[in-house]
Write a protein that binds this ligand. Structure first.
Ligand SMILES: [Zn+2]
Length: 330
């Protein structure tokens, strides 16, 4: 048996910092670029034949942050990738600039460990301007109190599981009702877990237990991460208490959007896509049988890691359903 799923989504990548050619062979069919890249950065307009030219790509465009704030002083940040926003009156223009470039969400940075951060009224104005255009807002939060500041301003997604401090249960409960977190656990040590890894895993486990919605994301481009599904990220999610079905939901979720994504229940979100025609995008193919023992997490991970992504157009036209889709006899 071969299992067909919606193209797996890595919800935190930086295409300007990687060669995406191996993503599809590694199971990833859809990517969300969270800063520093737009399609115009690709002079050919397409990847080379036979590589990743069918990847579904959505992007944030520039990082909106305080003047002199993260990542404007970081060596890795591509030139022009930061958009300083000094006051609430500049928010709408900064958002409009990303919309004009084709962005489907807005990325803000709140990193008090690396420089000044957006004032609360400026952050709130950015969120209002983005929501007025039906775009969600994702925040990089780092430093004490920054994740809470994002929640208070109405930010929709955290680009990383918070790793600077253990968040109190009451705050996590409030976040679970209103926010989506993108996991990015493996950036904390890349297999040699740091203290921040432990903090993040503890936060994610409690956020998930409180009903919070999690997307698989790796921050690809940040350090020595594999191009394609990251076994360590999957293992960390399972260790945090996500079930194999939860992991599949995190990988097959729709791209973030306003306002539908906030109201989709990942357990029953299937209903909306039943009877939908085969998409023009990508599918991820997982060969072989999924382990039937729900406690066989290692077997599940091995099975998942054998995935590869294909253009949906390469398959016979047929409806795909969610979440576990179809078992096709090969
Ligand atoms: Zn990133």
């Amino acid at each position: 048996m071969t299992v067909l799923l919606p193209g797996f989504l890595d919800a935190h990548v930086h295409l300007a910092l990687i060669n995406p050619a191996g993503l599809a062979a590694g199971g990833i069919g859809r990517v969300l670029d969270l800063g520093g890249w737009t399609p115009s950065d690709d002079p050919t307009g397409a990847e080379p034949e036979g590589t990743a030219n069918f990847l579904e790509t959505r992007f944030a465009g520039q990082f909106l942050g305080a003047p002199g704030g993260y990542p404007s002083r970081q060596a890795w940040a591509p030139a022009g990738s930061a958009c300083p926003v000094a006051s609430p009156s500049e928010a709408a223009i900064a958002v409009a600039r990303q919309v004009a470039a084709g962005a489907s969400l807005i990325k803000v940075t709140l990193n008090s460990a690396a420089g000044p951060v957006l004032a609360p009224d400026t952050l709130a104005a950015i969120v209002v301007a983005a929501h007025a255009r039906m775009l969600p807002v994702a925040a990089h939060t780092e430093g004490a109190g920054q994740a809470a500041a994002a929640l208070n301003a109405g930010v929709d997604l955290l680009a990383h599981t918070p790793f600077s401090e253990a968040l109190p249960d009451a705050l996590l409960g409030a976040m679970a009702g209103r926010m989506t977190w993108i996991s990015t656990l493996d950036i904390h040590g890349w297999g040699e877990p740091t203290a921040a890894f432990s903090v993040a895993c503890d936060n994610l486990a409690r956020f998930h237990a409180a009903g919070g919605r999690v997307l698989y994301g790796t921050d690809l481009g940040n350090g020595p991460l594999p191009v394609g599904l990251n076994r360590r990220e999957i293992e960390a999610l399972l260790t945090c208490g996500l079930s194999p079905d939860d992991v599949l939901a995190a990988l097959t979720a729709d791209f973030p959007s306003r306002p539908a994504a906030a109201s989709v229940d990942t357990a029953s979100g299937a209903a909306a896509s039943v009877d939908r025609p085969a998409p023009a995008g990508t599918v991820t193919v997982v060969p072989g049988d999924r382990p039937t023992d729900p406690h066989d997490l290692a077997g599940f991970t091995d099975w998942l890691l054998s995935a590869h992504a294909l253009p949906a157009s390469s398959l016979p036209a047929r409806a795909l359903t969610r979440p576990d889709l179809e078992d096709l006899r090969s």
